[in-house]
Design a protein around this ligand. Structure first.
Ligand SMILES: C[S@@+](CC[C@H](N)C(=O)[O-])C[C@H]1O[C@@H](n2cnc3c(N)ncnc32)[C@H](O)[C@@H]1O
Length: 271
């Protein structure tokens, strides 16, 4: 990117800025809970090739978009609700078969049964139960039968977790990231997919280490990590936010994980 691009939520007071945009402003590009490693597992499960028509929900800073484009899909369409993020993603696109539209994943306006792959990361967790279902149903609508859908989200564990504990975790994450967040259990994620006509084909989990130094170096590279670290040290308001988020993630580390699921749209859509 040559010209200075405006970052999402750049003009908002930092204490009220959603956590993912605080991290993006500090230089973080990987904004999903399982990092690059779980993204790569999701992409391996999706097995994108040059014959695929791919739709990405909520590409954010375009990190996975670039990995996907390396596979030269026939079509790549992203649906992103944030204008600045969409502008950043567009800077990676090339040609009429690659687009990023500003819109909502629950109502993409895309034609039914036309995509062979849909994926979205760290975007369902922040939705209500009803909206999660609407987005998954929209993925099912735009996919052709047999199409693959990949998600990469936050989950609370174990499946049998006490309900009060689960709600406490959801509440504390919501408060610290300054954005609604409702992570659910692995079983609940799978159930939501199955309820919307998908068959789970692949599942992987990893620790929620989004803000741990080792994961940050793995995700952003040493130089990227040092840039973020310098920004954290020199921006006290943002530092407070990052440390606040990390405190909550650490507090609940035994009950928080990242999950990726890759599922296939059933041949007969008998949901
Ligand atoms: C935590 S960021 C994740 C970005 C990127 N997927 C990643 O993993 O690095 C959440 C993203 O979801 C987008 N988003 C949230 N709800 C959305 C919706 N209903 N439709 C489209 N985009 C949405 C936000 O604008 C933001 O880019």
């Amino acid at each position: 990117m040559s010209k200075k691009v405006q970052m999402p939520s750049e003009n908002r007071e930092i204490s009220k800025t959603p956590g993912h945009w605080v991290l993006a402003q500090l230089g973080k590009r990987v904004l999903r809970p399982g990092g690059k490693e779980l993204t790569q597992k999701m992409l391996a499960g999706l097995n994108i090739t040059s014959t695929d028509s791919v739709v990405e929900f909520a590409p954010g800073m375009g990190y996975t978009a670039r990995l996907c484009l390396q596979q030269s899909p026939k079509h790549y369409t992203a649906i992103e609700q944030n204008e600045q993020a969409a502008e950043i993603v567009r800077s990676y696109l090339d040609g009429i078969n690659q687009q990023c539209q500003i819109g909502n994943a629950q109502n993409t306006g895309l034609e039914s049964n036309t995509a062979s792959v849909v994926y979205g990361e760290a975007m369902l967790t922040m939705q209500s139960d009803a909206r999660k279902s609407e987005i998954i149903a929209e993925a099912a609508r735009i996919l052709s039968a047999g199409g693959r859908y990949g998600i990469h989200e936050l989950c609370v564990t174990p499946d049998e977790i006490d309900d009060t504990k689960k709600r406490t975790i959801q509440k504390e994450i919501t408060e610290t990231i300054q954005h609604p967040a409702k992570p659910i259990t692995p079983q609940e994620w799978k159930q939501l997919m199955e309820n919307n006509g998908f068959e789970i084909e692949y599942e992987a989990v990893s620790p929620m280490h989004l803000l741990e130094p080792k994961r940050m170096i793995d995700d952003e590279g040493l130089l990227g990590f040092l840039t973020i670290a310098k920004n954290i040290l020199t921006k006290p308001a943002a530092r407070k936010r990052v440390l606040g988020m990390r405190r909550v993630f650490r507090k609940h580390h035994t009950n928080l994980s990242a999950i990726t699921l890759v599922a296939k749209k059933k041949e007969t859509n008998d949901v």
